[in-house]
Ligand binder design. Structure first.
Ligand SMILES: [Zn+2]
Length: 136
């Protein structure tokens, strides 16, 4: 299996980690710089929502509001879109289920560019620390 998210979870690939527990892993999205956009995923390699077990979904969605509140406090966003897309037909390039927490700001027209500009690791790490400090 060749999955960049599994490599990040196992510590073999760089990641700006926002949150981690026994079942859930959350990182800054490297291709959406300055957006505070976070990806939340199960630690187990689950390719898509069709193979997500109910208990895994419970752990995943239990983490989402905590992380969303931390993103709000760190970024000052006013709203937040929660998106989940499956498979290449939905525009995904990594086939490890992940939920996008996508901050929205008043009067923003588009925060989400795809493919986005790559952010510097230092900037992502700084943003991840800002969000991590806001976790309850
Ligand atoms: Zn994976």
């Amino acid at each position: 299996m060749d999955c960049i998210f599994c490599e990040m979870i196992e510590g073999g690939a760089p990641a700006s980690v926002v949150y981690e527990d026994d079942e859930v892993f959350a990182v800054l999205d490297i291709v959406q710089p300055r957006s505070h956009k976070v990806l939340v995923m199960p630690k187990r390699h689950v390719p898509d929502v069709f193979e997500l077990e109910a208990a895994e979904a419970g752990a995943l969605f239990a983490a989402v509001p905590r992380i969303a509140r931390a993103v709000k406090r760190a970024s000052g966003c006013e709203g937040l879109n929660i998106l989940q897309s499956n498979g290449s037909a939905a525009g995904q390039t990594v086939f490890h289920l992940h939920i996008h927490l996508f901050p929205r700001f008043r009067d923003d027209e588009i925060v989400f560019d795809w493919p986005g500009e790559m952010a510097a690791r230092e900037e992502l790490d700084r943003m991840a620390r800002e969000i991590g400090r806001e976790l309850e």
